[in-house]
Design a protein around this ligand. Sequence first.
Ligand SMILES: C[S@@+](CC[C@H](N)C(=O)[O-])C[C@H]1O[C@@H](n2cnc3c(N)ncnc32)[C@H](O)[C@@H]1O
Length: 272
Amino acid sequence: MTLVTPQRTAAAAAFDHLAVDYDAVFTHSSIGSAQRAAVWECAKSIFTPHSRLLELNCGTGEDAIHFAEQGFNITSCDISPAMISQARRKALQTHTNDHIRFYVQANEKIGDLPEKHPFSGCFSNFSGLNCVKDLNGLSSSLAPMLLPGSPLLFCFSTRYCLWEIAWHLLRADLSRCSRRWSGYHETTLGDTILSVYYPTCREISRSFAQDFRLIAVYGIGITVPPSYVEPWIAKRPGLLQTLQRIDTAIYRLPMINRLGDHMLLHLERLHS
Ligand SMILES: C[S@@+](CC[C@H](N)C(=O)[O-])C[C@H]1O[C@@H](n2cnc3c(N)ncnc32)[C@H](O)[C@@H]1O
């Protein structure tokens, strides 16, 4: 029997509540599209074409559909039944469903996935892993599910986001400005309080060190702002394009790559 912890119940409830509007509010926003395009650009050179990928916290399936359209075979999981039902509907609409299998499955229980291993790559986009307290445990579960040499691409919310600091400082809102700094924050989504963790790059790398090595870190949303700036940036499409070009020029720079809204970690399964 699977024991459901309060955090996992909270995550499912919180994201169920967001599922129907998630694409309108984030996926199809100009900032969401810009940040996702930057992630896809990195993924293009990291995953071996047509390989079999495991996706964690897939949300409404936007990335699963993208990878299926690129010829990948993908197994996509999320803790929220409502997110998975949106994802299944979209996969049917885009005729990509033959290449994707969706499961309601928590990251913390990924080892129980009722599907044959191993996979040849693993992907997690936009902060689903910031809801996981025990990254060591996740690493141990993932290790036997991945072929030696497999790439992993994990997009986390950062500990320090320059845009967030500047945006809230200008509004004299010190509590929002500093919400990520302790590495832990409780956020309210709908009626639910959800624990969110902000591990540093070094902490993540340590949690995975037993079976994986860190290859590179890419900044996502460095000068492109966080999604809550959408109403402001939507009136300035030319500026957003310029910021996207700046991000493309600086996303690999040491330190800068950890100060955006998100950081994309490229890890590799060790040949043990
Ligand atoms: C911000 S959304 C990102 C969704 C998707 N990856 C994307 O790129 O749009 C975070 C997702 O993580 C999922 N999630 C949160 N905690 C989780 C957990 N413990 N296990 C699996 N999925 C989780 C949520 O249900 C939600 O769909």
